[in-house]
Design a binder for this molecule. Structure first.
Ligand code: AMP
Length: 433
């Protein structure tokens, strides 16, 4: 047995029938066991099925689709070689011209991250991957596409620009992946998706990944997937179990003092704080910095270059706190991120699931802290409906809310929460299908 095959045989992934070349890369990366989504999705994709998977960021979903796609994209070479009755040393390059796999992502950060994963996993193959997203020169991307690409990771708007310019053809596409499909629809990409899909061959394998499911996702899946295998790891819309969720009740004007205290007293490093608005993110980052805690804002007003720089200094530990808005934070992948803070709860309860999915990734323990002022109590109620569990509130000594203060409680009683609860009851406890 060769050294390569030997390392594959001892691998937790070996029962999934992936090529030794891919297994070897996984060993090098220190992936010893497949995550639950990988265990379920990889054999189904290898068997040629469409899939619709409920998987959150942090579940290992990127490898769940990237590995079987890479496995299958390197197949033609083996078939060609069967004639010679000699197995090739390693699957090397694609024998087919044109883009064969397309991954659509809602944001450029996620596109960068997914592309990075493909590059990592495809190290031992000669498959070429490329990345296209908006906000940077389209000509440079067109040149890369013209040179020939097997795998393309793209955001929908920019991909459509390229298709309109004729920079590439998708007529030979074999695999279409929607990553974070829910967010893509939330961000209003439905028309772009429809326009892109019109240009794809009907015979293809389509894989849809989404952290949350609602009627619009089911609608999309019905028009795009063929008899998909449904995969759900854990409770749908539920936060990963490794995440400890804490809710501190606090007056809104004491939040800064409380978060400063929590970071300093807990000696917290690498804290991702969510704020609802860009202006608030800027202000909070400035206030934390003033209080001696290195912080940077991370939102859509920053140029692509500035975002990458900020993210890198956060990853490198030069910046202790990142204050991000929901859209900007999609796709942030930091393995050791242990703390996520909801400085304000999101208006959309599903965003809570996305936010806290930034921590506790691939089995690491994470803590999600919510600072809850009374004005936002109805939002917590909506989060509890989505999670289908109560999140008990606690008071921290010295930061107790002043209950004598009168507060504005918009949409008192969580009208939306009641509506969702009623729908859930009607569906026997589950939303949608
Ligand atoms: P994802 O959910 O695809 O964003 O992946 C989350 C993180 O888990 C990434 O940093 C991956 O590199 C890592 N990861 C994926 N699969 C595994 C695995 N089987 N073992 C260890 N880490 C993994």
């Amino acid at each position: 047995m060769s050294e390569r095959a030997d390392s594959a045989a001892n691998h937790g992934f070996s029962s999934l029938s992936l090529r030794p070349e891919l297994l070897q890369v996984l060993t090098e990366l220190g992936y010893s066991q497949p995550t639950p989504i990988q265990t379920q999705a990889i054999p189904a994709i290898l068997a040629g099925q469409d899939i619709m998977a409920g998987a959150q960021t942090g579940s290992g979903k990127t490898a769940a689709f990237a590995l079987p796609i890479l496995h299958k994209l390197t197949e033609p070479l083996l078939r060609l070689d069967e004639k010679n009755e000699q197995q090739p040393e390693a699957p090397s390059c694609s024998q087919v011209s044109g883009i064969r796999a397309l991954v659509l992502t809602p944001t450029r950060e996620l596109a960068l991250q997914v592309h990075g994963s493909f590059v990592k996993y495809a190290k031992q193959t000669q498959l070429k991957s490329a990345l296209v997203y908006g906000g940077v020169s389209i000509d440079a991307q067109a040149q890369i596409l013209a040179a020939g690409v097997d795998i393309l990771v793209a955001t929908p708007g920019r991909l459509l620009d390229h298709l309109r310019r004729g920079s590439m053809s998708l007529s030979e596409l074999e695999f279409l992946v929607f990553d974070e499909a829910d967010r893509m629809l939330d961000m209003g990409f439905k028309d772009e998706i429809d326009a892109i899909v019109k240009q794809l061959p009907k015979t293809r394998q389509t894989l849809l990944f989404s952290a949350t499911f609602d009627d619009s996702i089911y609608g999309l899946s019905q028009s795009l997937l063929r008899d998909p295998k449904r995969i759900e790891v854990g409770e749908r819309n539920a936060a990963a179990v490794e995440i400890e969720q804490r809710v501190y009740a606090v007056d809104s004007d004491r939040k800064l003092a409380l978060i400063t205290h929590l970071i300093e007293s807990g000696k917290l490093q690498q804290v991702l704080i969510f704020s609802r608005k860009k202006v608030a993110a800027d202000k909070l980052a400035a206030n934390l910095t003033k209080a001696g805690i290195g912080a940077q804002a991370f939102h859509g007003d920053l140029s692509q270059g500035a975002r990458e720089k900020v993210l890198q200094s956060f990853k490198d530990g030069e910046v202790r706190v990142l204050v991000a808005t929901d859209v900007a934070a999609r796709g942030i992948d930091i393995i050791d991120l242990n703390y996520v803070v909801n400085y304000e709860l999101p208006y959309k309860a599903e965003d809570y699931v996305h936010r806290i999915g930034r921590t506790g990734r691939a089995g690491n323990k994470g803590v999600a802290i919510t600072l809850l002022c009374r004005e936002d109590e109805h939002l917590l109620e909506e989060v509890e409906v989505v999670l289908d569990k109560r999140l008990p509130q606690q008071w921290l000594a010295g930061f107790e809310p002043d209950l004598t203060k009168s507060v504005d409680t918009p949409r008192k009683g969580g009208r939306n929460a009641h509506k969702q609860r009623a729908k859930k009851r009607a569906n026997g406890g589950r939303r949608g299908r």
